[in-house]
Design a protein around this ligand. Structure first.
Ligand SMILES: C[S@@+](CC[C@H](N)C(=O)[O-])C[C@H]1O[C@@H](n2cnc3c(N)ncnc32)[C@H](O)[C@@H]1O
Length: 319
């Protein structure tokens, strides 16, 4: 157990309801004196569970892009001498691990992707089409363009590409056209404005799904470089992990899951050689092995937390 008690208990309104919680903590196979990274601190649900399993020699390092998550971590783990924090993207994993002098020594890294409940629930963050607020959508509000700033200048074709590629939106062109038309009349700077424009332009509303769901997901992924950050992270993870160190990634949509799945497959398979070339297992340079099958939430978890519906957990271990 950590020496210092936690300074503050989170207030209920600040809590994030973690998904596949026990499964992801078990996935890390935590050793008391191990070194772990929580790449997505959020409100620290996973970090707390990891710290509780560490002995005096164990260490936990955490990342979050969101200044509010960082401020929360600083309060929650104030005086916690086994805990280190970086206000950075996990895409900067390797540089930061070198700074911490833990590259090649890490026993487990967890990513619990997407947005946290406090981010989604706070209308001022602009993530939700259900709550009217400024159209921001940045996880890191200290840098980069907000969704509103991007939509002021973006080319219609670029908007359509984002909607199609990151939202898998069939009517991307039509919606992009409506956005560009609407912005000539009035700047689009609130979530409600954008949700209304998309809803009016969308010709095929899906059952039980707000017509702006895909557009909001797409713009959020683009604004936060979510898929690029994930690819960058995965590429660096091998250098940061110790042998037998693990990655455990919880994703929430098929685009993310595909990236994780394909990365693990490639590392498990090793280098490509022509089929007729006689190569030994060693020469294949396999770098990882898959741990178990993909894990999804139970029906009970989905009933209790509908946000877990699309979650998938994949685990792999460095050889
Ligand atoms: C689903 S929440 C994590 C919740 C956390 N596991 C908990 O138990 O409270 C995702 C968090 O990851 C952060 N995040 C998302 N992408 C990130 C990235 N590329 N780098 C660092 N943090 C990121 C978000 O700001 C958010 O706080």
């Amino acid at each position: 157990m950590p020496e210092e008690p936690y300074k503050a208990e989170p207030q209920k309104a600040e809590l994030h309801q973690a998904v596949l919680f026990n499964e992801s903590i078990d996935a890390l196979n935590i050793k008391q004196d191990g070194i772990y990274i929580d790449g997505t601190f959020g409100r620290g649900g996973h970090s707390r569970a990891i710290l509780q399993r560490l002995g005096d020699q164990g260490r936990l390092y955490a990342f979050d892009k969101d200044p509010e998550a960082i401020a929360f971590a600083e309060t929650l783990f104030h005086n916690q001498n086994q805990f280190y924090l970086a206000h950075k993207s996990f895409a900067e994993l390797l540089v930061q691990a070198r700074e911490w002098d833990i590259d090649g020594k890490v026993d487990g890294i967890l990513l619990d992707l997407g947005v946290s409940s406090p981010q989604l629930d706070d209308a001022h963050r602009g993530f939700s089409f259900l709550r009217d607020g400024p159209l921001d959508m940045r996880m890191d509000v200290s840098r980069g363009l907000s969704a509103a700033q991007w939509l002021v200048k973006a080319e219609q074709a670029d908007i359509a590409t984002v909607l199609k590629e990151y939202g898998e939106e069939r009517y991307a062109k039509r919606i992009a056209n409506a956005i560009v038309k609407a912005r000539t009349e009035k700047t689009i700077d609130t979530t409600k404005q954008l949700a209304d424009i998309v809803a009016a332009a969308h010709p095929a509303w899906e059952k039980h799904k707000h017509p702006a769901t895909r557009a909001f997901q797409a713009i959020r992924i683009y604004i936060n470089r979510e898929l690029d950050d994930l690819k960058d992270f995965l590429a660096q993870s091998l250098e940061v992990l110790a042998p037998e160190g693990r990655i455990a990634v919880i994703s929430f949509h098929s685009l993310e899951d595909r990236i994780v799945k394909q990365f693990i497959q490639r590392q498990c398979k090793g280098d490509d050689f022509p089929l007729d070339l006689p190569v030994t297992q060693d020469q294949l340079s396999q770098r990882m092995k898959k741990i178990g099958k993909m894990i999804i939430p139970t029906e009970a978890e989905i009933a209790q937390n509908p946000r877990s519906r699309s979650a998938k957990l994949r685990i792999a271990e460095k050889l």
